[in-house]
Design a protein. Sequence first.
Length: 258
Amino acid sequence: MNIPFNHPRRESLLIRERLVDGFRNGIVAPEGLIAHGRGECFDYILGEKTQEFALRAIEAAAAAILLANHPVISVNGNVAALVPEYIVKLAEETGALIEVNLFYRTREREEAIKQHLLSHGAREVLGVGEDASATIPELFSERRRVSPRGILIADVVLVPLEDGDRTEALKRLGKFVVTIDLNPLSRTARTADVTIIDNVVRAMPLLVEKVRELKGRDRGVLKETISRYNNNETLQEALRFISHRLVELASRELRIRV
Ligand code: ATP
Ligand code: MG
């Protein structure tokens, strides 16, 4: 598709194209396309920019991943299609393991995601086929399967664009959960320990950059960063930002005259 350079929704349309390509290549589930639309709506309202509350969450997330003994990055189809190179970079910088973790699990999609990540330089991808042999209690059917070398024994899990049921299950297992989710009202956003309210395409590069910056820091300083961080404040600030922005927009001339 040819999108003119001055098209006001160019960025957003390019992201859509990546997802549609992912769908055609068996990486993205049809439901993943719909989930993206829900995210896009919040991104529109947030002004399609990384806001202050997201930057603070990114700092806390970087500190938590660097302090972890066994960090795992959970990847679904949308995340694999949108930011494969940054998943690989984050794993390299932190020693985190990468695990495929699908809401709509099929052997073909798991394998397609694994191959996609390997082609972007991932050394190992857990959670595919026989490797997803452990189960998370309380979750049903295929959604409960995890890798015994990955999420099962992880202390910190990054779950971008995760479903609320599974985030709750991870919390009950005692994991420290970091998420990236554009919707500050989703159950995942409200259950996680650190919620980066931003588009995954903007948040992941910033998270990799932050990890690089904080890598050499004293562990005490990183622990301090996490204890200072308050996720409820992040959620509140995001909602305040949205309400102020809408009130401000509502006082302007909105009609577009052509
Ligand atoms: P929950 O189950 O946590 O209550 P939900 O049922 O509303 O959330 P799901 O489809 O389960 O939504 O989860 C997908 C989440 O990912 C949504 O909150 C959506 O806003 C978010 N999302 C979709 N695309 C992106 C993106 N590109 N960047 C960040 N977040 C996104
Ligand atoms: Mg859900």
